[in-house]
Design a binder for this molecule. Sequence first.
Ligand code: WTA
Length: 655
Amino acid sequence: MNDDIDVLLTETRSFPPPAEFARTALLNDPNIYLEAANDTEAFWMEQARTLEWIRPFTKGLEWDAPHVKWFSDGTLNASANCLDRHVRGAKRNAAAIIWEGEPGDRRTITYWELYRQVNQFANVLKGLGVERGDRVAIYLPLIPECAIAMLACARIGAAHSVVFGGFSPESLRDRINDSECKVLVTADGGYRRGQVVPLKRNADKALEETPSIRHVVVVQRRQGSTIQEAHTEMKEGRDHWYHRLMHNASAQCEPEAMNAEDVLYILYTSGTTGKPKGIVHTTGGYMTGVAYTTKYVFDLKDDDVFWCTADVGWVTGHSYLVYGPLANGATCLMYEGAPDWPEKDRFWDLCERHGVTILYTAPTAIRAFMKWGDQHPAKHDLSRLRLLGSVGEPINPEAWMWYQQHIGGNRCPIVDTWWQTETGAIVISPLPGITPTKPGSATMPLPGFSAALLDIRAKEIDVGGGLLALTKPWPSMLRTIWGDDARYVETYFTKWPGRPDLYFPGDGAKRDDDGFYWILGRVDDVLNVAGHRIGTMEVESALVEHPAVAEAAVVGKAHDIKGQAIAAFVTLREGFTQSSSLRDELREFVAQKIGAIAKPDDILFSADLPKTRSGKIMRRLLRDIAEGRALGDTTTLADPNVVAGLKDQYEAQES
Ligand code: WTA
């Protein structure tokens, strides 16, 4: 079997860090890459020492591949690192969280206030019988209580398991049961596109089959509003209102001294198939990874307002909305709702009003903004922005250029950050004051991380397409899958037999002449046309380059002669209409851009694409449609109607 991937797209644009940005950046000496490579373990120990340890570590890395420990004789507390050390110093009265609800309500919480509330909630949890080593499930809208509950768990040494508020009762139930959570923290409701999401009602359904749960804490999302106490059924003895428990709780709770290798949290990823995996992160290594990457990838300074738009239900929310920024004493914006509510300029309105300086969002959002049109950001003063970030999927070069121009005013560097739930922290990304950027490339591994492009025999590919591998252990890597260590070994460390030291993230990539990495998409999604293995990203990027196209997804469908033919699903920008001549034009356009081999056989225009709730395109379901199969598991979709509609549309076109 051959796992190389053809390289079709050539992107030659390159942008050095803007001079003024580089001059004032926290890091602007490229020697840091060399220093870290020379003695990676020493480099990470130095980063770990920027945290506050209760008992300092003497050990660095212990690597018994594929099992790892970092700093294992040290003790620390994650919540103390995010709070206590700041309230002793100049950050005491600084804003930790600036929160805005979807309806427009606002709260600003200083480090001191956050510290007190976390202490109180830690005592609440203790009062409900939560002990060190227990698990607590968190199922909340994006409100400050997410961070409070997470940090309170960390304070008393309980592992949290955050379940995205958009997940169904069944998903919540399965996650609670897999890690046997003792307490659930939820809310009466949250807001999404003007609708109330009835979280407690969903939770009640899940709770019918969760024998491990002893108590449920319910946050009142909005006092005196439509979703209030009267509308929420509270089960006597089991369910408690958050505000009542907090009222009586002491604001002093000594942080537990946790071993560096004690579990900080579990976070479930569904991936493309199978039962969700409970990714386990531990305390010392994870905190080291997120504190370091937040500071240097985002060039974080005291006067920044950092907005990571991810929900706390995803790893991006854990690492760059809560732990990373708070460990650095940053001021974060947190926004509950949808980007197009009440209008399509909500994000730009938020950026302007809160003076956001660093924006970290996802390609799916950027492509939606492109689709909606330039006029929405143009209405707002975005001149405070100084750095932009992207995460979650490959960013198509055209979307990257749009982001740079229409949001960044051609002034802000863009950090395209590649990482995973499993890596805990950003792995491949530019350092904005040092690394030149190329649209569509996540550039190079950050200092401290080591990657390679390999073929199926683990031979390095210097220039070309192949399998991405991480070749050295790093502190914030997952330690195991909760309750299933065999699956941990099997999923991540058996791609190259006899090489349990090589971590396989499941992504294909290419390396260019400068050694820059370009993520080509999931290896499971790679197309195989007439013996050519083609990454989805390049064909999709060619389509997105056409002025009419906002977003595209391509999949392989069985073909008698070629093995696979390409089927493309295309969303148009506002102001363009579908037609058979546009379809022909797009097919030719792709052929011209990247070669006839990549010319789609079918193009289906679609108002929307099936996406996971975190915004990733689900190509697996598009393959089912293109090959006329019954749809596979659709439970992780954001909106199952999209895919059902597409299936009908596709079948109508075929007949
Ligand atoms: C994809 C999100 C290209 C990739 C932090 C990875 C990316 C998966 C990028 C992990 C990027 C994430 N460029 N692809 N900058 N960032 N991915 O676990 O396929 O939700 O393996 O973590 O998203 O997704 P996860």
